[in-house]
Design a protein around this ligand. Sequence first.
Ligand SMILES: CC(C)(COP(=O)(O)OP(=O)(O)OC[C@H]1O[C@@H](n2cnc3c(N)ncnc32)[C@H](O)[C@@H]1OP(=O)(O)O)[C@@H](O)C(=O)NCCC(=O)NCCS
Length: 175
Amino acid sequence: MEIRTLTWSDFEEWSSLQGSRYAELGSNPELGLYTELQPPSPTDLANYFAGVMAGILENRIVCNVAVDGGRVLGHASIFPVGDHREKRHIGSLGMVVRPEHRGRGIGRRLLSKTLEDCVGKYEIVELTVTSTNAPALRLYRALGFVERGHLPRSFKRGELYLDEIIMSRPVASSR
Ligand SMILES: CC(C)(COP(=O)(O)OP(=O)(O)OC[C@H]1O[C@@H](n2cnc3c(N)ncnc32)[C@H](O)[C@@H]1OP(=O)(O)O)[C@@H](O)C(=O)NCCC(=O)NCCS
């Protein structure tokens, strides 16, 4: 398995990974990923993918994929938190590993490489994680993220409310 930057040829695999969260919701209503009201259409996915690729080429976005035998097993991405000049030193993390490949260390490898690739682009990486997402919390803490805040009931899916935890880490950390 290799961890590398997203490329144009990853579009189909990347799209299937993006779309897989909607299927997972049926068996995992606490899935700690944000979703749209409707699963994205092929056009939505193509536009989004093109935006991510443009961000990578312009050095604004870091997006790595874990690839094995041509299959994209997971991704970790760091996007600017906003366009404001005062926020340009901060990146926001999102990541997912396909359900059947979780718990094998792929997330840890993906995130480590992605943080390394942020050097020179960002100074701080921030994220939010639902408070019941034990594997993600364990991974983030292990890689040096520190809890900075707690947002009660800030994640609502149907009648399910979850708290969110804000975490951050300097890019240039010893871990
Ligand atoms: C979070 C996620 C990306 C981690 O990827 P992964 O490949 O499973 O991560 P790893 O295999 O490196 O494991 C991460 C840690 O979680 C631990 N873990 C796994 N299942 C666990 C569980 N049920 N409870 C507690 N810890 C668990 C692992 O033991 C590992 O810790 P360790 O290295 O100290 O042993 C993956 O679980 C995922 O895609 N989840 C759904 C999407 C999501 O929540 N994304 C993050 C949004 S903030």
